[in-house]
Design a protein around this ligand. Structure first.
Ligand SMILES: O=CC(=O)O
Length: 335
């Protein structure tokens, strides 16, 4: 009997052993396309007609483009599963995938990225709050702390950490920042139990904005959360607030952030994600009070290995059992 076909969209960098397990149960094919137009043509050409599942990475978007309605409609009906190697799946329109007949079911990696992403947020909180970046920059320019030295930073102890989005990463961050003596409040679509929120206090969105000394964005990007933080929201925050974003750039209006930084209303920020990656707003680059990291929240051997392994596990389950291990929340009831 022939093996089910799996489409590989993106490289396997670390989890080679797990990939071997997949090759024992599935035949792997790779696209010939080098851009979206070619990929859609390849989908329509019949070359993927027996594909049942695909493995995909973030960078493979350079070949396929985003999985929107147009692309989803071009995929063959045999292709039922899309295993995404990442926590955030904003490159995939989960609703268009669900609406296809039959649905194209999507999985992500639910908890594996929590530690490393929260760790990145800790780094950014401390860096931005303590105002470490100007003198780190001055040191490399041979100017020691810089002249005059930068404004004094602030201790995290006793400050209020506002968490917008209390999922796995928000919760993980809350627990870690307890050690630094921060008091955590949060806002989320739904109020969680005290245990789920690790004891953080639930507040309304406006109260979160008004009370936070540091505001950390930990929510997924979707049409409802795009620019959830913009001019109106900055105006409701304390003067001197610190903003940290390890979620997705477009949840915050970058132009509005730059204006709030320039006016001094926002004291400093720590960003791992940007609105138009890899482009970074000039107003952020020129401002030494911005701690900037080029989307490296999960850039660690251990996490990346586990992310690849988990995603391959989803593909194996799909190819051999016709279901996913960790479907995205929108698709849980569809399989
Ligand atoms: O940004 C990283 C992820 O969503 O996994």
């Amino acid at each position: 009997m022939s093996k089910p076909k799996v489409l590989q969209l993106g490289e396997i960098v670390l989890a080679h052993k797990k990939w071997e397990q997949l090759t024992e149960v599935a035949e792997i094919i790779t696209p010939k396309a080098t851009n979206r137009e070619e990929f859609i043509a390849e989908c329509k050409s019949g070359r993927f007609d027996d594909v049942v599942a695909a493995y995909r990475t973030f960078p493979s978007v350079s070949i396929t483009g985003i999985f929107d309605e147009e692309l989803v409609q071009a995929t063959p009906k045999s292709w039922r599963f899309l295993a995404h190697n990442g926590a955030g799946y904003d490159q995939i329109d989960a609703h268009a995938c669900a609406a296809r007949d039959p649905p194209l079911l999507v999985s992500n990696i639910p908890t594996i990225a929590d530690d490393s992403t929260a760790d990145t947020a800790v780094f950014l909180i401390l860096g931005a709050l303590r105002n470490l970046n100007p003198s780190m920059q001055a040191l490399r320019e041979g100017k020691w702390k810089g002249s005059p030295p930068p404004a004094l930073g602030h201790d995290p102890q006793g400050k209020t950490l506002g968490i917008l989005g209390m999922g796995g990463i928000g919760r993980n961050l809350k627990v870690k920042m307890d050690v630094f003596g921060m008091k955590a409040i949060y806002h989320n679509r739904r109020k969680m139990s005290s245990e789920e929120a690790a004891g953080a206090e639930y507040v309304s969105f406006d109260e979160l904005l008004a009370r936070s000394d540091v505001l950390s964005l930990n929510l997924p990007l979707n049409p409802k959360t795009r620019h959830i933080i913009s001019t109106t929201e900055f105006a409701k925050m304390k003067k001197g607030v610190v903003i940290v974003n390890t979620a997705r750039g477009p949840v915050m209006d970058e132009d509005a952030l730059v204006k709030a930084l320039d006016s001094g209303h926002v004291a400093s920020c720590g960003l791992d994600v940007f609105e138009e990656e890899p482009k970074v707003h000039e107003g952020l680059i020129r401002n030494p009070r911005c701690v900037l990291v080029p989307h490296m929240g999960t850039w660690c051997v251990e996490t990346q290995t586990r992310m690849e392994e988990w995603t391959i596990g989803n593909v194996i389950e799909a190819a051999t059992k016709g279901k996913l291990v960790s479907p995205v929340p929108e698709h849980v009831d569809l399989q």
